[in-house]
Design a protein around this ligand. Structure first.
Ligand SMILES: C[S@@+](CC[C@H](N)C(=O)[O-])C[C@H]1O[C@@H](n2cnc3c(N)ncnc32)[C@H](O)[C@@H]1O
Length: 242
């Protein structure tokens, strides 16, 4: 199930977190440019090119006011922020009208040999990046999910729903994720389900439980591998789990 996202960065652009992130970003880009070798920058959650700090949304949150506008007053002239202030085009005594997002900062830092790709889930934001940034060259914007699982890995994974109490479960599992489920069952039911899991695990299989679940009191067929991960406990079981 995909949950609709309700986030617009215009409310937060130029806040303290954006500033910290962008100062770090420029530092990293500067470090990459110490060598002539080309680099490729991938911005997986790109947002748009520039944010209008006079827009109603920005004023409503007041985050830029308490963030970048305040920093320009207090920090102008500080050597450590000089590159950042140059990149965002801040001027002493002037309020900043447009705050550059990471695509604008990256695009402004590229040399002829460098390239960048911006991926943004929200079409309106991505289109703004295309409009405002792509003319700077060497960059491309894609509308889509910044996280993608490789097809070859997807094909190895079988996703399904099961009723633990009544159903036959698939055999020979590398991993069973059963997090924060058993906690709702009484001990006899937990024990029954665990004894169902054990023969279904491969000899080196793992069972992932939730942080507040502890199966050691219910079954000696499993032992703790670390934190909330269990493996088969006894050699006999490990063999039969093959
Ligand atoms: C914090 S904002 C943008 C910040 C931007 N990188 C910057 O530093 O100026 C995060 C952006 O990620 C986008 N986003 C959220 N989930 C995403 C996903 N799965 N793939 C791509 N973009 C996503 C949101 O729409 C939002 O525009």
């Amino acid at each position: 199930m995909r949950v609709a996202m309700n986030y617009r960065h215009i409310y937060h652009a130029g806040n303290f977190a954006d500033i910290a992130k962008h100062v770090g970003l420029l530092y990293c880009l500067g470090a990459l440019k110490r060598k002539d070798t080309a680099f490729f920058a991938l911005d997986s959650h790109a947002g748009r090119g520039f944010y209008d700090l006079q827009a109603a949304e920005a004023n409503k949150s007041g985050e830029a006011e308490r963030g970048i506008q305040r920093l320009i007053e207090a920090g102008m002239g500080k050597a450590v922020l000089a590159d950042y202030f140059t990149a965002i085009r801040a001027r002493r005594g002037k309020r900043l009208a447009r705050y550059p997002g990471s695509p604008a900062l990256i695009a402004g830092s590229l040399r002829p040999q460098d390239r960048a790709l911006f991926v943004e889930l929200m079409p309106a934001e991505a289109r703004a990046s295309m409009r405002e940034i792509e003319s700077m060259g060497r960059v491309r914007t894609e509308i889509g999910d910044g996280y993608a699982v490789k097809k070859s890995l997807k094909e190895m994974v079988h996703f399904d729903f099961h009723n633990l109490k009544t159903e036959y479960l698939p055999p020979r599992n590398d991993v069973i994720f059963c997090r924060n489920v058993m906690i709702y069952f009484d001990k006899p039911t937990q024990s029954k389900i665990l004894s169902k899991f054990v023969p279904l695990m491969k000899s080196n299989g793992l069972l992932f439980a939730g942080h507040s679940e502890n199966f050691l009191y219910v079954s000696d067929a499993l032992k703790l591998r670390g934190k909330t991960v269990y493996e088969l406990g006894q050699p006999a079981m490990r063999r039969s789990g093959k």
